[in-house]
Design a protein around this ligand. Structure first.
Ligand code: ATP
Length: 299
């Protein structure tokens, strides 16, 4: 499952969500027990405003010693580019993305943003510039306003409203007598899956980071809601370097580049049409998931 498992207190300004369910909880609990503490280096500096030119150079990483998930991974993502990661479950798509906010320490190689090794930057200044939207949205007990402003407590009302509006939360807010001040969570209004997704999108609009990581939902939303959310996500990605852990056909086709991750790292990369034409791993994955490519190209 594509979820970033982090202790709540460390989520800080970056992760907009939290793992749910027993399986998620188990993995989360396991991480609590084993994750090495990632802290600022003594000489770490605050990151300048980043453009989002991301480079992995010879990166090796595994959760357990001797069991690497990524081996010698090299990948360059241009500022402003949208890259979709596809591949079999467990290949390491989520892992790869979770290294950018430095949730884990790599064993070898280097990850840089705009030429800065991310280990030379303070965690707070790095994570402030990365937004994450996941399928499980974490809401805390409080108002919708507080939940949107999560991670940006200095935000003023106009900015919060603008973010809500861009995430198309207005319709919901109008139906609630207390609008932005409506309480959510255990004692408050129960939001639907789609409404929670919009709230997570509003958080990122407000935060306005140059780098965005989207961990797409695989199910749970009806088709219309899913399409609306998809449109909001496309807007959210505008002007940002966006990494998508992709499951949906639309996102994959619209990405500037698709990176196919297999058990032994990156298998192939390129735009949708080019990969389909070359008839390699992507073509097979695509056919398996969405039917024969010939048909899909015409649609
Ligand atoms: P999916 O499409 O199912 O989300 P993925 O390609 O994103 O898969 P990852 O979630 O990155 O794959 O998992 C890569 C490997 O690392 C898997 O073998 C997985 O079991 C393991 N793994 C992922 N997260 C953790 C964790 N927090 N602790 C230990 N192992 C993990």
């Amino acid at each position: 499952v594509g979820v970033f498992y982090r202790p709540l207190e460390k989520i800080g300004a970056v992760v907009e969500t939290y793992p749910k369910g027993i399986a998620g909880f188990r993995r989360y609990a396991a991480l609590l027990a084993t994750a090495p503490d990632i802290v600022d280096r003594p000489d770490a500096v605050a990151a300048p405003p980043l453009r989002g030119d991301i480079r992995f150079e010879g990166v090796r990483f595994g959760y357990a010693a001797g069991r690497p998930v990524l081996r010698d991974l090299t990948l360059a993502i241009r500022a402003g580019e949208t890259v979709a990661f596809v591949g079999p479950s467990g290949a390491g798509k989520t892992t790869l993305c979770s290294l950018i906010p430095r949730f884990y320490e790599i064993e070898a190689g280097r990850i840089s943003i705009d030429g800065h090794d991310i280990r030379d930057l303070t965690l707070a200044s790095l994570r402030r510039q990365i937004g994450i939207v996941q399928q499980d949205v974490f809401l805390f007990a409080g108002s919708i306003r507080e939940n949107i402003a999560y991670g940006r407590l200095d935000a003023d009302d106009a900015a919060i409203r603008a973010a809500a509006s861009r995430a198309r939360l207005d319709g919901l807010l109008e139906t609630l007598p207390e609008g932005l001040d409506t309480l959510v969570g255990e004692r408050g209004v129960k939001l639907s899956g789609g409404q929670k997704q919009r709230l997570a999108i509003a958080r990122v609009f407000l935060k306005n980071p140059p780098i965005l990581i989207l961990d797409e939902a695989t199910s749970a939303l009806d088709t219309q809601t899913e399409q609306e959310i998809q449109r909001s996500l496309v807007e959210l990605a505008q002007g940002r370097t966006t990494l998508v852990i992709a499951h949906r056909l639309a996102t994959i086709q619209q990405a500037d580049r698709i990176v196919v991750v297999g058990e032994n790292g990156i298998v192939e990369e390129g735009p949708h049409e080019a990969l389909l034409k070359s008839g390699g791993a992507y073509g097979r994955l695509y056919a398996a998931q969405f039917g024969p490519a010939r048909h899909a190209v015409q649609t």
